[in-house]
Design a protein around this ligand. Structure first.
Ligand SMILES: Nc1nc2c(c(=O)[nH]1)N(C=O)[C@@H](CNc1ccc(C(=O)N[C@@H](CCC(=O)O)C(=O)O)cc1)CN2
Ligand SMILES: Nc1ncnc2c1ncn2[C@@H]1O[C@H](COP(=O)(O)OP(=O)(O)OP(=O)(O)O)[C@@H](O)[C@H]1O
Length: 193
């Protein structure tokens, strides 16, 4: 197999990942509840029935309280199974009490049926106001959003904002970005057709 090509853009993103992980980990957590409330309001304004969320990795914002609330309110939750690199994520239905399985890179996914989300909540290490994000570098969300064509709502702390992130040809912008301070509409719609 040929070695994967690593571009200067990939190297630039790698260094940014290091800096922005440090910055995220230095951010005070006392605004997390305010962020989740804001996120819930944005979701309630959408009619989506299956919401793609994530089970937190260390240092990440914890969406679990929101997942409980959304199921209570009659929405369904899908959590991603981390597939082999180069593939889109697969979402599996989560409900309270469903056993979690160990996945790749320390991620966890529910032992439930595959579901197709019609709205996806997307974590990031950094974002800019155009809707570009920096993730962990798997390219998973870009591949997933290219396939699903549903709105992507990014969430993170305001400290994770950057003036402009380097964007590559595969980067799909977020439609909405929610921080503890504001809800940013980027004007980008990742819709079908
Ligand atoms: N909680 C949570 N779940 C998630 C994501 C996320 O950002 N947060 N993902 C968002 O996409 C997907 C998982 N993506 C990931 C991609 C890379 C690595 C990772 O640890 N990469 C290694 C390098 C691996 C390599 O050698 O290639 C590393 O950073 O050390 C982790 C998760 C799906 N599930
Ligand atoms: N749809 C795609 N087709 C082919 N390659 C892709 C696609 N999406 C992303 N990539 C490639 O995957 C690699 C990682 O992408 P990127 O740096 O944008 O990941 P990320 O957004 O930080 O990761 P994640 O979405 O997993 O959090 C890059 O080399 C990128 O060019």
């Amino acid at each position: 197999m040929a070695a994967p090509q690593i571009s200067s853009l990939d190297l630039q993103k790698k260094e940014l990942r290091r800096q922005m992980t440090e910055r995220r980990d230095a951010t005070a957590r006392d605004t997390e509840a305010a962020l989740l409330l804001r996120l819930r309001n944005v979701i309630e304004a959408h009619s989506a029935s299956v919401i793609g969320a994530v089970w937190p990795l260390p240092g990440e914002i914890d969406l679990r309280p929101l997942c409980f609330q959304l199921v209570e309110a009659g929405r369904r939750i899908g959590l991603p199974e981390t597939t082999p690199k180069g593939n889109p994520l697969i979402f599996r239905e989560w409900k309270e009490g469903v056993p979690m399985c160990e996945g790749r890179f320390g991620t966890s996914y529910p032992d439930g049926p595959v579901v197709i989300p019609d709205l996806v909540l997307v974590p990031f290490l950094a974002f800019d106001r155009a809707g570009y994000r920096l993730g962990y570098g798997g390219g998973y969300y870009d591949r997933t959003l290219a396939q699903l064509k549903v709105p992507a709502i990014g969430y993170g702390f305001s400290t994770q904002e950057m003036e402009a992130l380097p964007a590559g040809p595969y980067d799909i912008p977020l439609s909405v970005i929610v921080t503890e301070k504001e809800t940013i509409e980027t004007g980008f719609h990742n819709s079908k057709g």
